[in-house]
Design a protein around this ligand. Structure first.
Ligand code: PGA
Length: 288
């Protein structure tokens, strides 16, 4: 951890003038509604059966509702999506898939379809999580097509991007993120509406996922600002200003407040800590 932090502090990227670490100011600086996602991954709550999913759902339903205008999305495993959607308090939480294919039906064994998600009233999906990229070899081209198809079926997208440890250490983080961002932009551009309104970007440094290593608020802010700068230059000023960018990677109840104070951090995508209703509610309450 120390090593990564040293590398980061020495990074020339950190010295760029446009990096702002001033506190988030909800009343004036940002009109973006924070959005916090819980990515349950292949976990049935803290166990392996529906009963442990039910425990998590009950815990979330009993957890304090956020007092401010925060949107919360829980990405359950496919097998439980329908039941979670029927039992999770919809006044507090939306439900999301973790993946969704670019075709809606046919001979695609093992896949999810946007049309079928809609049929079950599930209006969100994650796309391009680094585990999909690294373990299941999803390419930017596939992610682009998945984004287009989801948006065409009115399924909102949390599109993920992130760099590996060696990219960060080599100072090539943005070189790695740009093709991922370009795939997102192409995916939106190829959709019928061409609108970013239903797209959230999750910036998740791969070295921080599930490792207990978190980017410092300044490191995360810097990359979020760089992503926004890329959007400003390559998409539009209004998209750059309005798209919500979540930070993901070992977010906990202990670091959420500080990260959430950063002006370009508009929420989190939370893995491990989202399996604990108390921790997850403390995380989304960081935006109160
Ligand atoms: P983590 O996972 O919070 O367990 O690091 C984040 C994610 O993969 O979305």
């Amino acid at each position: 951890m120390q090593q990564i932090h040293n590398i980061f502090t020495k990074s020339s990227l950190l010295k760029r003038a446009f990096v702002s670490t001033s506190k988030r100011n909800f009343s004036s600086a940002s009109t973006r509604t924070p959005i916090v996602g819980g990515n349950w991954k292949l976990n049935a709550g803290n166990g392996t059966t529906y009963s442990t999913v039910e425990e998590l759902v009950n815990g979330l339903n009993e957890a304090p509702a956020p007092t401010s205008n925060v949107e919360i999305v829980c990405a359950a495993p496919t097998l439980y999506l329908d039941r979670v959607n029927q039992t999770l308090d919809s006044s507090k939480f939306s439900v999301s898939a973790q993946n969704c294919f670019y075709e809606n039906k046919g001979a695609y064994t093992g896949e999810n379809s946007a049309v079928m998600l809609k049929d079950l009233n599930i209006n969100w999906t994650l796309i391009g999580h680094s585990e999909r990229r690294d373990i299941f070899h999803e390419t930017d081209d596939m992610l682009e097509r998945k984004i287009t198809n989801a948006l065409n079926e009115q399924v909102s997208v949390i599109a993920c991007c992130g760099e590996h440890k060696e990219d960060r250490e080599n100072g090539t983080t943005m070189n790695v993120l740009v093709p991922q961002l370009q795939a997102m932009a192409n995916g939106v551009e190829n959709s019928t509406s061409k609108s970013w309104d239903n797209v959230v970007i999750a910036y998740e440094p791969v070295w921080a996922i599930g490792t207990g290593l978190t980017a410092t608020p300044e490191q995360a802010q810097e990359t979020h600002a760089n992503i926004r700068a890329w959007l400003r230059e390559n998409v539009s000023e209004s998209v750059a200003n309005s798209v919500r960018i979540q930070y993901g990677g070992s977010v906990t109840d202990a670091n959420a407040k500080e990260l959430g104070n950063m002006p370009d951090i508009d929420g989190f995508l939370v893995g491990g800590a989202s399996l604990d209703a108390g921790k997850f509610s403390a995380i989304y309450s960081a935006f109160d």
